[in-house]
Design a protein. Structure first.
Length: 133
């Protein structure tokens, strides 16, 4: 497995381009995805009209944290939205992916099928195919 794709909204993508380095999400099981770890890739899929993978970054760390232990200034989602997102689940931990070296693709990768709001693993074969485009 080369990495994992997560969907983000346009405003989160703008924050990503602005240098934010934390992706935060509730996960189904209170543990992070098992097939990715430090040095795997995180891919950012822009949901909405474009439905494209816009770029990638290297995962530095994946942790489970409660909202009060997350450095809000670094998240892709603005603090107000994150607080609202967790409002009814404050005690439940979120997956926090710290990443570095975001690389915006000069030609975004079009997806044949939409990405669900959960995530999707990316195989090394698929990743290498993207790099050839």
């Amino acid at each position: 497995i080369a990495g994992i794709i997560f969907a983000i909204q346009e405003k989160s993508y703008k924050r990503l381009l602005g240098g934010k380095t934390l992706f935060v999400k509730f996960v189904t099981h209170d543990s992070p995805p098992q097939l990715v770890s430090k040095n795997s890739k995180i891919f950012f899929y822009l949901s909405g009209a474009s439905k494209e993978i816009m770029g990638e970054a290297n995962i530095e760390k994946i942790e489970m944290k409660t909202v009060e232990n997350i450095p809000m200034k670094s998240t892709l989602v603005p603090e107000e939205e994150l607080v609202e997102y967790v409002s009814s689940r404050k005690d439940r931990p979120l997956m926090v992916i710290k990443f570095k070296d975001f690389k915006k693709y000069s030609k975004p990768v079009k997806r044949v099928k939409p990405l669900t709001m959960t995530c999707e693993y990316v195989t090394k074969v698929d990743y290498n195919r993207w790099k050839l485009q």
